[in-house]
Design a protein around this ligand. Structure first.
Ligand SMILES: Cc1cc2nc3c(=O)[nH]c(=O)nc-3n(C[C@H](O)[C@H](O)[C@H](O)COP(=O)(O)OP(=O)(O)OC[C@H]3O[C@@H](n4cnc5c(N)ncnc54)[C@H](O)[C@@H]3O)c2cc1C
Length: 596
């Protein structure tokens, strides 16, 4: 049995003590988001995820979703609908949604902590609300008033769910290739025709109506990404006054059999002249979709973090309990037939890797989410612009690295169980299977890496990186005379310097050969991920050292930070060496000779 306990203490530490969310919420005018209220909501969320969602995780994996080819209907696994109804009754879908639309208007960063709980408890189940959250953002920022009133309100209240329909059979990472057509018809409506594949939550039995946000091309649209528009296509025809008509001509054609997230349905969706409405401006659909994608990218990063934490919790309990072999330095539990696994150094390496990457990721992700709060609320134009640039820079790091680490850590945690991790009984293989998709959907690791190095760094003359480096410099100078911080500050400052240097080096090489960007990008992403965590781990030590923090937390944070700096941060060296080796060793071998 695989268990989950929401890490409420560490979430509060990361959000309030390290990231400083309480002061930020007050500054941004979230007057109703008092600490008492937030603590009570967090405790309730912990209870809901532990007792309602977590028990459905393994059964959802076993049952999967069922497709009826005759009707095109999809049944989610047993218990999913009842849990969704409870979720809606508790007002959870609208936690961070606008108050005017029936939401509670709580900060996004607070919502991110709760999202981690939903994902860890049951990733498949939580995928149904993930895309609703993206749809909320797209409608909030780009929808017309009536679209907000009709569609946004229903999604915020959880009565309807949203989807994101981008991918087509021939068009995945490269959205410029998409072919789905949108023809204007009467009354400002459009007829949408085409096939979308891999659509999460495209059909299900949790809500009556499903609101598809679909990328398609108008008849006179220019080729490529400049000719893409975004449309709302409801499963049930929905008029401007909110009245519901008959079934729209959009239908699930089949569902995918897949490696993991069996309870989360992945659909082929056929649009056959389906009635839809334009959202935002014609041919500017990608802008509107990016609003949705950025939210979804942070959210998928949280999925990686969630799986690290759940895998770690179970591996830790097992390592304390399972007796195998003696400690090399002599029996630690001589009264028992053998010592528990946790005495062995390499078991500790795997557990500490999960702990360091997991807790580090939490700080990184929550900080990114506070930038969303700043964007939503600040009235200071410079602060808004800076937050926008920094959020753009850290989003690909959060999406790609938390999911890469999610894969790494679910494998470590499975290994701690030995053969018992490989068989189904303990639920560890499910976590590893479920984690695998997270580096693929919402833009693969490679696409995030190109976004980070190409668009967000080189094209913007390093504006986001400069902000991050300034945060590091300010922190290092604040603690420059504190001997208790020297062991963290010195390597952090060295890595910050190196971050600037390698960026310049790749940028110079890219001027002569653009392939240098693609050749360096994934190593650059990983390097950036580790240096970002070094910053957050140093911040965690400083926060844990403050008066009033419990002694166990202080010691645990310092020792975990030491592990991170000694055993994980040095991974940066191999990434730097790979980047510096350039593109030639990847491109010089003729493609025809790969099988020679
Ligand atoms: C379970 C599941 C759920 C999904 N949910 C949704 C959904 O709800 N809505 C939706 O629209 N889509 C969804 N997708 C689709 C998903 O977003 C795509 O699979 C993903 O974007 C990659 O596209 P692709 O599979 O066509 O791979 P491709 O784009 O063909 O890429 C293949 C490989 O090439 C790499 N690659 C491509 N271009 C480059 C480059 N320039 N440099 C280096 N490497 C490159 C990629 O990283 C990848 O490793 C889902 C997919 C799955 C499997």
């Amino acid at each position: 049995m695989n268990r989950y306990t929401a890490p409420v203490r560490d979430m509060k530490f990361a959000l309030y003590d390290v990231v400083g969310a309480e002061a930020l919420y007050a500054k941004l005018g979230y007057a109703h988001a008092t600490r008492d209220l937030l603590d009570a909501v967090m405790d309730e969320a912990a209870k809901f995820t532990e007792t309602v969602l977590a028990p459905l995780n393994e059964s959802g994996d076993e049952h999967g979703c069922a497709f009826d080819p005759a009707s095109g209907d999809v049944a989610t696994p047993p218990g999913f609908k009842a849990a969704y109804d409870q979720f809606v009754d508790g007002g959870w879908p609208g936690l961070t949604g606008p108050e005017t639309m029936g939401g509670q208007d709580l900060p996004e960063s607070f919502g991110a902590a709760l999202k981690e709980m939903l994902d860890a408890a049951n990733l498949s189940w939580s995928n149904y609300s993930l895309l609703s959250h993206g749809a909320i953002e797209a409608l909030k920022h780009h929808g017309e008033d009536w679209q907000k009133e009709v569609f946004l309100k229903a999604i915020v209240e959880g009565r309807w769910t949203g989807t994101m329909c981008l991918t087509e059979p021939h068009c995945g990472s490269d959205l410029g290739l998409l072919k789905t057509k949108a023809e204007p018809v009467a009354d400002g409506k459009y007829a949408i025709t085409g096939t979308k594949i891999f659509i999460t939550g495209g059909e299900h039995d949790l809500t009556d109506n499903i609101i598809h946000l679909v990328l398609a091309r108008l008849p006179d649209a220019p080729a490529g990404t400049k000719g893409i528009s975004l449309f709302i296509v409801p499963k049930l025809r929905t008029a401007r006054d909110g009245s519901i008509g008959e079934r729209n001509t959009v239908r699930c054609g089949s569902i995918e059999e897949k490696m993991g997230i069996h309870g989360s349905v992945t659909c082929v969706m056929n649009f056959d002249g389906a009635e839809g409405y334009l959202i935002g401006q014609a041919n500017k659909g990608l802008n509107a979709m990016f609003t949705m994608m950025n939210t979804a990218r942070l959210a998928v990063g949280l999925q990686g973090l969630a799986l690290i934490d759940r895998a770690y919790q179970n591996a830790l309990a097992y390592a304390r309990d399972r007796l195998q072999m003696r400690s090399l330095s002599g029996a630690k539990f001589p009264d028992k037939p053998a010592d528990p696994l946790i005495v062995h150094p390499d078991i500790r390496r795997m557990l500490l890797t999960c702990k360091a990457l997991g807790e580090g990721s939490r700080m990184l992700a929550l900080h990114a989410a506070t930038l969303v709060d700043v964007l939503e609320r600040t009235t200071d134009e410079k602060e808004r612009k800076d937050a926008d640039i920094l959020l753009g820079f850290v989003t690909p790091i959060v999406k790609a690295m938390l999911t890469e680490w999610g894969n790494e850590c679910t494998y470590h945690a499975l290994q701690v169980f030995g053969g018992h991790g490989y068989v189904r009984e303990w639920g560890m293989e499910q976590l590893a299977r479920d984690a695998r998709i997270t580096t693929i959907y919402e833009g693969t690791t490679q696409i995030q890496a190109l976004d980070l190095l190409g668009r967000k760094t080189l094209q913007l003359q390093g504006a986001g990186l400069q902000q991050f480096l300034q945060m590091i410099a300010a922190f290092c100078s604040e603690h420059a005379t504190n001997p208790a911080m020297t062991e963290f500050i010195l390597p952090l400052a060295e890595h910050a310097k190196l971050w600037g240097e390698v960026t310049m080096e790749v940028g110079r090489k890219a001027v002569a050969n653009a392939d240098e960007v693609g050749a360096a990008s994934v190593d650059y992403l990983f390097f950036s991920g580790y240096v970002s965590l070094a910053y957050w781990w140093a911040k965690a030590v400083a926060a844990a050292d403050r008066d009033g923090q419990p002694a166990d937390l202080r010691t645990a944070k310092r020792e975990t930070a030491r592990f991170f700096f000694a055993r994980i941060l040095p991974r940066t060296q191999s990434h730097v060496a790979a980047m510096r080796s350039g593109a030639a060793n990847l491109l010089d071998l003729d493609a025809a000779l790969f099988d020679s």
